[in-house]
Design a protein around this ligand. Structure first.
Ligand code: TXA
Ligand code: MG
Length: 341
């Protein structure tokens, strides 16, 4: 059993911003690992130039070593240390979406740590849109940072959700409150034509297509191309069922009637007209606004798994843009998917 690290907690304010940067950058430069904010979800960061620190990230998360990390940079110029080739499609996407929640795949430069790339000859890079983290990277150089959560659990969108699972495993936690987006970055491979979205995320397919024309989604079974997507992901700790479509309000009432009264059920819905109160049923309305729903989705799952025996997720209102990414996470986190009731 390893000794626990004395984790330092910094609640970021305007007043302590510079001091926090100093502390976090020193920790990282000395081979430590830090929970840092980004616009999408919190990350666990280490210097890409310190192999032992990278190893600590995998241990803290209990992450399989073949699942590569995203490198976070503060200036596109830093790409020159990571790859020798930036194609035209990538240039356009960088111009449009960086800093922001889009991760691009490049051919990795000789000498890049194999722990970062999971042994692949490609490297995933993004420039996050977060003032603290951009400044931090200016001080430390590029940071490898997977989402802040134990592997297989929903990504951390606020510190109280991940404190128990990461306290004692990282050197410092920088708490900036709830993140802005709540779903991870979109990962796209532009090394092939048409480009392929390997992981759906905050930037939608439609937004990308406006800039570079047609792109596709990777199909199931292509998991080894983006190693992370082959593992069970984003799952809460209690049985979760996703109902994709309700064909009539009567069917919904029937469903509520059949729910076991001995169990506590959590229902997550997206702007349906079902307020009312049902005994032993906890209802969360994530609204019909996709930005709002995405921002609070993981947090709602994490809060619910602590207070109910089972979760039921009701249909999304629409199927385009950000809703598609949210549905991907819902499906990955569900034990059971019912097409229609
Ligand atoms: O929004 C985000 O992207 C957050 C924040 C912290 O930046 N990070 C994040 O990292 O979600 P992580 O490690 O949880 O997910 C990274 C994903 C995984 O699915 C991984 O397999 C994929 O990116 N990935 C990393 N390098 C890759 C590569 N060279 N080729 C294909 N997929 C790669
Ligand atoms: Mg993750």
């Amino acid at each position: 059993m390893k000794n626990k690290l004395p984790t330092k907690i910094i609640t970021l304010t305007e007043e302590n911003f510079k001091e926090a940067l100093k502390i976090a950058s020193e920790i990282i430069s000395n081979g430590g690992i830090a929970v840092i904010p980004t616009e999408t979800v919190y990350g666990i960061a280490a210097s890409i130039y310190n192999s032992d620190a990278i190893q600590k990230i995998f241990e803290a998360k209990n992450r399989p070593m073949d699942n590569p990390l995203i490198v976070h940079i503060s200036d596109p110029k830093q790409l020159n240390d990571l790859t020798d080739e930036i194609n035209e499609t990538s240039r356009k996407l960088i111009q449009q979406f960086w800093p922001g929640p889009l991760t691009l795949i490049f051919k990795a430069k000789e000498g890049v740590d194999k722990k970062v790339t999971g042994g692949l000859n490609t490297i995933a890079v993004r420039m996050p849109d977060n003032a603290f983290t951009l400044k931090l990277i200016e001080m430390t150089g590029p940071l490898a940072a997977p989402s802040a959560n134990i592997s297989g659990k929903p990504s951390g969108t606020e510190i109280s959700d991940i404190f128990e699972e990461l306290n004692g495993k990282v050197d410092v936690i920088v708490d900036e409150g709830i993140v802005r987006c709540g779903l991870e970055s979109t990962v796209i491979n532009t090394l092939i034509n048409p480009p392929v979205i390997l992981r759906k995320g905050t930037i939608s397919k439609e937004m990308i297509e406006k800039v570079v024309g047609v792109v596709t989604f990777s199909s199931p079974g292509e998991g080894t191309i983006s190693p992370g997507t082959k593992y069970k992901h984003y799952a809460p700790g209690v049985k979760t069922t996703y109902i994709k479509k309700i064909s009539s309000p009567d069917h919904f009432n029937l469903l509520m009637g059949t729910i076991s009264k001995d169990k506590k059920i959590g229902i997550i819905h997206f702007g349906l007209d079902i307020e009312g109160s049902y005994k032993n049923i906890k209802i969360e309305n994530l609204s019909g606004n996709p930005e709002y729903a995405s921002k609070f989705f993981y947090r709602t799952l994490r809060k619910m798994e602590k207070s109910v025996d089972e979760i039921i997720i009701l249909p999304l209102p629409e199927h385009h843009g950000l809703w598609i990414s949210l549905e991907d996470r819902i499906e990955r986190g569900s034990d059971k998917i019912i097409d229609v009731i």
